[in-house]
Each structure stands twice: as C-alpha cells, then as structure tokens.
Ligand binder design. Structure first.
Ligand SMILES: Nc1ncnc2c1ncn2[C@@H]1O[C@H](COP(=O)(O)OP(=O)(O)OP(=O)(O)O)[C@@H](O)[C@H]1O
Length: 329
C-alpha cells in the first residue's frame, strides 16, 4: 500500500499517476474551537483502507478531539469528515456499526460487572442478533484477557482492566475499522503486548485501525502509517517507512577504514561523517549505489551498507521540537 507522504508540506511520494488508495477515513480542513482554545486546526487526515495508522502527538496536541470528530461524538467548528464513505456527523449512523471504538470514558456502569456492561453494550449493536449476544460477549472478554474477571464489578477494575473492557467493546462484532484512543494507557507490559497482538490480528484480517498514542516506540512497533500532530495540526503523515527515510536520508556504511572512506567520498563531493563502525553518508544529493561504487572504486572495504532509519523518535523530536524519548506536554 502506498500513499502520499508529507513532512511539513514536502511531498515525497511517487508520481501523481499512482492510483489513489481508497480511504477508510478522511478529514479536510477540520477545526475545533473550545472557547478560545484551538484544539484542532486545518487537519487533513487520510486513513488508508487496511492501514494501521498511528496518530502520534504530545499531550494536548488534538488526538482525542480529532478522533471524537471522526466518530461523530464532537461536532467540528469547521471542515469535513468522511468515515467509511459517509459524511460525519450527518450520516454517522451508516458508518458507525462497522466501526469499533475505544475512546476515553466509554460510560461503563460502575456497579455492573464487566460482563453485564458488555451485554448492555452488545444489546445496542445493530449487527448482533439477540441469540448471539452472550457468545459475542464471552469471546470479546476472552480475547482481551478479562474472562477471569468478567463477573467482578467495573468499579473495582484497575485502569488496565477498564482499558481491556473498552477494547472488548470495540471488538464485539467484526468491524471494518477500529479506532483506539491510547489503548495501552494503564496497561502493564503483558497487556501492552496483548494489545499489539490484537492490532496485528485486526490488520491481518484487513481491518483498518486508527490508534492514538504518545508512545513513539508503540507506533513504530504496530503501525504501517503515521500522522504526527502538534498543537492541533498534522505536521507529517504517510507511510511509516517512507517517513522514517524522509526524516534523515542517510546511508550507514560499515567499514574498517572510515578515514579512507571519508576521503573517497569527499573527492566526489558527497558529505559524510565518521561513526564508530564506519561512516554515515548524506543521501540528500546522491544515491546508495553511487556511494557504494565510489567507495569500492577507491579500494575501501564495504562490509555493510544500510539506510539510516533514524527512528520515529528523532523525526518526531525534530518535527515537534520535543526532547527525545517519551513525549510529554
Ligand atoms: N471538552 C473540552 N473543553 C475544553 N477544551 C478542550 C476540551 N477537549 C479538549 N480540549 C483542549 O483541546 C486541546 C486538545 O486536546 P486533546 O484532548 O484533543 O489532545 P490529545 O492530543 O488527545 O491529548 P492527550 O494525549 O493528553 O489525551 C487541549 O488544549 C485541550 O485542553
């Protein structure tokens, strides 16, 4: 799957002749004001069908507000939303039965058990026959690892268990799209791995997944696509692999003779710098084959040459000017 990849307005995608990828969700000019607070501004988000798109941004960057507008839970101040081909909020009722969602505050009843809460939720699912409800609830509880705690009251659940129950609600029936707002919030490492596995299963089944996170490693591990939000705006979006490369076009060359490599490249006017295992070559004005050819012709041993995939962390830090690591407001 290939879509346009943009980093602060620079299109690095293939030629315009590439057929457009069908979109599961699309926003144009999306804007939301809360009083004088601009929560979301000019958001043009493309969620390709079948993608796992990670919406990444620091606290308060507008992820939840964007998700809420996509799901018709919040009315935009301006702009358009299309969800599975239907305009939202106008025709949200046509799209939402095919969309499972885990959003903040799913409104579970504190004095009912996890199972009872899900049974109530399942009763409102238009795609679920009454006779199938109990089985669907049991399956969903099993899938999120809550079967043993299913009969305990919701109010006694830990944050992680509440998250799992919300996730179970999103998975009650087969969906075309699943939207998860910070799904690993409050989960322990085992729970985080389980959520990743569920996302991978959904992806393998062709379900489109939109997942928000402020954890860079999580997005890097689970997503095919990414949209980076900062202060209510999308500052980069596209395929994860393309974004990583566009972030830092460089080649890492392993060689026992870094100094000779630097000299060979300098004579070809190719910028590079020494690294512990060799050289890092700037690919802004050249290509990997040209770099390798220059080195080999100069008699430099090339043990390995690979693209420097800087990691989303670097890209994200550059785009949002946040310190590296987990992003916090
Ligand atoms: N109901 C509301 N009323 C007033 N301001 C709001 C409301 N919801 C969000 N905001 C503001 O809009 C901005 C974006 O918030 P939002 O929750 O969408 O960000 P976020 O990226 O999801 O953050 P987090 O990672 O902390 O959940 C913030 O400045 C927030 O304070």
């Amino acid at each position: 799957m290939s879509t346009s990849t943009q980093v602060t307005g620079v299109d690095v995608a293939e030629a315009a002749s590439t057929p457009p990828v069908p979109l599961a969700a699309r926003t144009r000019g999306l804007r939301k004001l809360y009083g004088r607070t601009v929560a979301v501004d000019h958001v043009d988000l493309d969620v390709p069908e079948g993608a796992v798109l990670g919406m990444l941004g620091p606290n308060g960057s507008g992820k939840t507000t964007t998700i809420r507008m996509l799901l018709g839970l919040v009315r935009p101040t301006a702009g358009q939303v299309s969800l599975l081909g239907h305009p939202v909020p106008e025709q949200a009722g046509h799209a939402l039965p095919d969309v499972g969602a885990l959003v903040e505050g799913p409104g579970f009843h504190p004095f009912l058990s996890g199972r009872e809460n899900l049974l109530r939720m399942a009763a409102a699912e238009p795609r679920l026959a009454t006779s199938d409800i109990a089985g669907a609830v049991a399956d969903a509880l099993e899938r999120v690892g809550l079967a043993d705690a299913a009969n305990r009251r919701y109010r006694g659940y830990s944050l992680g268990m509440k998250q799992r129950l919300g996730l179970a609600g999103a998975l009650l029936v087969p969906r075309r799209m699943v939207v998860l707002d910070e799904p690993t919030n409050g989960l322990d490492p085992a729970g985080t791995r389980e959520v990743r596995a569920i996302i991978a299963e959904l992806h393998a089944a062709g379900v489109t997944v939109l997942v928000s996170s402020h954890l860079l490693a999580e997005v890097e591990a689970t997503c095919t696509h990414v949209a980076v939000l900062q202060a209510g705006s999308v500052v980069a979006q596209g395929e994860l692999a393309e974004l990583l490369e566009s972030g830092s076009p460089a080649l890492l060359v392993s060689t026992p003779d870094g100094t000779a490599a630097m000299e060979a490249l300098r004579s070809k006017r190719i910028p590079s710098r020494l690294t512990p295992g060799g050289v890092r070559v700037d690919l802004t004005a050249t290509t990997p084959p040209e770099v390798v050819a220059a080195l080999v012709h100069a008699g430099v041993d090339v043990h390995e040459a690979r693209r420097d995939r800087t990691g989303l962390e670097d890209l994200f830090a550059r785009l949002t000017q946040e310190p590296q690591g987990e992003v916090r407001s």
